[in-house]
Design a protein around this ligand. Structure first.
Ligand code: NAD
Length: 506
C-alpha cells in the first residue's frame, strides 16, 4: 500500500455511495495489478472513516423506502439484472481474467455461478414466504412475516470477484435490505462493473453501496451500530476475527472460510474420469478455490495411480489467463507465489516426495507473471506444513490409507470441513462416506460439489462460523427477521368470555 496521491495516468476505482460513483479522498491507495504481467491496471482507495460512514448512512436512508417496495418490483430488477449480466458476459470475463489471472473460460464460470444466484433472487416472490396456522385456538390464527433487517454488509475475497459478491448483495436486496459491499482490494474492478450493471437494472440509489479497503474498513463495518448483519467469505484467520468482532457488536454474522478439501479414491473407482476430475479440481484456477480438491487420499490399490495422475498434471498448460488453451493461470500476487513456493520447499524439507515440481515454469511472453505450475507431493502425513496449512496454489498433496474407515478418520481429524469427495463405483461405500464424514459439502464422483442456489453453500467445523449459508433457502432466513403474528378478530356482537388469567390461548 502506498500513502501518496494518485498518478494521473492510471484509472482509479471509485466508491459507490448513494447511487453515485465517487472518487475517494483517501491518502491510502493500492495498485490493482495484472498477475500475468505486473502491469498496473488501476488504483484502489482505502476508504476513509467518513466515506464508510456516508455509505452506511445512504443505505440507512434508502432502507425506509426499499423495505416497502413490493416484492414483484424487487424481483423484476433482478430479472433485468440477470439479462444485463448475460449481455456483458464477455466483457465481465475479460476484466476478471485481467485483474485476477484465471483463464477466460473459468472467468466466465465465475460470473455464471454468480448469475445463478441473481436468477434465484428474481424468484424472491416464491422464497420470502411466511407460514400460517389456521385456528391455533378459538378464532385465533398465527402467521409469520419474514421482514428485512436493515443495512447489511458483505466482505469478499480475491478468488471469485464476481461470484462471491453476487452470492451476497442480490439476495440481501431482494429480501428488502440495503447493502454495503467491501470487495477484495486485490481485484475490485469486475465487482464495480457488476455494481454499475445493478444500478442500470434499477437498484435505487443507496440500496447498494460499495467501499474499498482492508482491515480498518472491515473493522468499521463490524463495529457500525447501523449495520445489522455481515456476510464474510475469506480466510479462516480473518473470518474468525470478523465473526467475533461483529457478533460482539450484536450483529448476525455468517463466515465462510478456509479449507483443505480431501478427495478419497477407492480402488474400485472408474479410473480415467476420476483422474481427469482430480487434476481439474486440484489445478483449475491455479488451486485458488476454496473448494479445490487439494488433498488426495488414495485407498488400497489406488496407490498405484500416482504415475498416471502425474502424467495428466504435467500435460496442463501454464500461461496467462487470456491466452487460449491455458489451463493454469498465474497466482494473484508475487506474495502469493512466494508463499506457495515456500510451502513447496517446506514439503521437500519435511520429507514428502516431490512427484512433480511446478516451480519456475517458463511462460513465454509473460516472464514477469506469478506462475507456479502443477505440483504433486506423495508420502504426505499430518504434521507436515503442506498438509496442515491451506496452500491455495496449484499443489496437490497425496496421502494413503488402507481402508475407507481409515480415510474417513483422516478427513474428520483435519480441522477444516468445507468440501470433500469420494470416488467409487460402490454405492454402499459412498453412502457410508456421506453419512460418516464431518464436512459441509460432499461429492460422490464429483470433485467440486458446490451446490446450485436451490440449495445453500455450507461448511463445517473450522471452515464456517454462523448457522446459515450465503445463498439458497438459508440466506432468506439470514437476511430476514421472522416475526410471528397471533391474531383474533371479534364479531361485533361478541359478549366476552370472562377474564382469563392463565397463559393458555383459548
Ligand atoms: P482474506 O481473508 O485475506 O481476505 C478476505 C477479505 O478480508 C478481503 O476483503 C480483505 O480485504 C479482508 N481482510 C484481509 N485482511 C484483513 C484483516 N486483517 N482484518 C480485516 N479484514 C481483512 O482472504 P483472501 O486471501 O482474499 O481469499 C482466500 C481465502 O478465502 C482462502 O482461505 C479461501 O479458502 C477462502 N475462501 C473461502 C470460501 C468459502 O466459501 N468457504 C470461498 C472463497 C474463498
Amino acid at each position: 500500500m502506498e500513502t501518496q496521491g494518485v498518478a494521473a495516468d492510471v484509472a482509479t476505482v471509485k466508491l459507490l455511495i448513494d447511487g453515485a460513483f465517487v472518487a475517494s479522498r483517501s491518502t491510502q491507495w493500492r495498485e490493482v495489478v495484472d498477475p500475468a504481467t505486473q502491469q498496473v491496471l488501476a488504483r484502489v482507495p482505502f476508504a476513509t472513516a467518513d466515506e464508510v460512514g456516508a455509505a452506511v448512512a445512504a443505505a440507512q436512508r434508502a432502507f425506509a423506502g426499499w423495505r416497502r417496495t413490493p416484492i414483484g418490483t424487487r424481483a423484476r430488477i433482478f430479472l433485468k439484472y440477470q439479462q444485463l449480466i448475460r449481455d456483458h458476459m464477455d466483457e465481465l470475463a475479460a476484466l476478471l481474467s485481467a485483474e485476477q489471472g484465471k483463464t477466460l473460460p473459468d472467468a466466465e464460470g465465475d460470473v455464471f455461478r454468480g448469475l445463478e444466484v441473481v436468477e434465484h433472487a428474481a424468484a424472491i416472490g416464491n422464497l420470502q414466504l411466511g407460514e400460517l396456522a389456521n385456528n391455533v385456538a378459538n378464532g385465533v390464527d398465527t402467521y409469520t412475516l419474514l421482514q428485512p433487517l436493515g443495512v447489511c454488509a458483505g466482505i469478499t475475497p480475491f478468488n471469485f470477484p464476481a461470484m462471491i459478491p453476487l452470492w451476497m448483495f442480490p439476495m440481501a436486496i431482494a429480501t428488502g435490505n440495503t447493502f454495503v459491499l467491501k470487495p477484495s482490494e486485490q481485484d475490485p474492478m469486475v465487482t464495480m462493473r457488476l455494481a454499475e450493471l445493478a444500478l442500470e437494472a434499477g437498484v435505487p440509489p443507496g440500496v447498494l453501496n460499495v467501499v474499498h479497503g482492508g482491515e480498518e474498513v472491515v473493522n468499521a463495518l463490524c463495529d457500525h451500530p447501523d449495520i445489522k448483519a455481515i456476510s464474510f467469505v475469506g480466510s479462516t484467520r480473518v473470518g474468525t476475527h470478523v465473526h467475533h468482532r461483529a457478533t460482539l457488536a450484536g450483529k448476525r454474522v455468517q463466515c465462510m472460510m478456509g479449507a483443505k478439501n480431501h478427495a478419497v479414491v477407492l480402488p474400485d473407482a472408474c479410473k480415467a474420469p476420476t483422474l481427469d476430475a482430480l487434476v481439474g479440481a486440484a489445478f483449475g484456477a491455479a488451486g485458488q478455490r476454496c473448494m479445490a480438491a487439494s488433498t488426495l487420499v488414495l485407498v488400497g490399490g489406488a496407490r498405484a495411480w500416482i504415475p498416471d495422475l502425474v502424467t495428466r498434471a504435467r500435460a496442463l498448460k501454464v500461461g496467462a489467463g487470456r491466452v487460449a488453451g491455458t489451463d493454469v493461470g498465474p497466482l494473484i500476487s508475487r506474495d502469493a507465489r512466494l508463499r506457495v513456493e515456500g510451502l513447496i520447499a517446506a514439503g521437500v524439507a519435511q520429507g514428502a516426495t516431490l512427484e512433480l515440481d511446478g516451480r519456475n515454469p517458463r511462460v513465454e511472453g509473460f516472464e514477469a507473471g506469478n506462475f507456479v505450475g502443477p505440483t504433486i507431493f506423495s508420502g504426505v502425513r499430518p504434521g507436515m506444513r503442506i498438509y496442515d496449512e491451506e496452500i491455495f496454489g496449484p499443489v496437490l498433496v497425496i496421502l494413503e490409507a488402507d481402508t475407507l474407515d481409515e480415510a474417513i478418520a483422516l478427513v474428520n481429524a483435519n480441522p477444516n470441513g468445507n468440501g470433500t469427495a469420494v470416488f467409487t463405483q460402490n454405492g454402499a461405500a459412498a453412502r457410508r462416506f456421506q453419512e460418516e464424514i464431518d464436512v459441509g459439502q460432499v461429492g460422490i464422483n464429483l470433485p467440486i460439489p458446490v451446490p446450485v442456489p436451490l440449495f445453500s453453500f455450507t461448511g463445517s467445523r473450522a471452515s464456517k462460523l454462523g448457522d446459515l449459508g450465503p445463498y439458497g433457502k438459508q440466506v432468506v432466513l439470514f437476511y430476514t427477521q421472522t416475526k410471528t403474528v397471533t391474531a383474533r378478530w371479534f364479531d361485533d356482537d361478541d359478549a366476552g368470555h370472562g377474564v382469563n388469567t392463565t397463559i393458555s390461548l383459548k
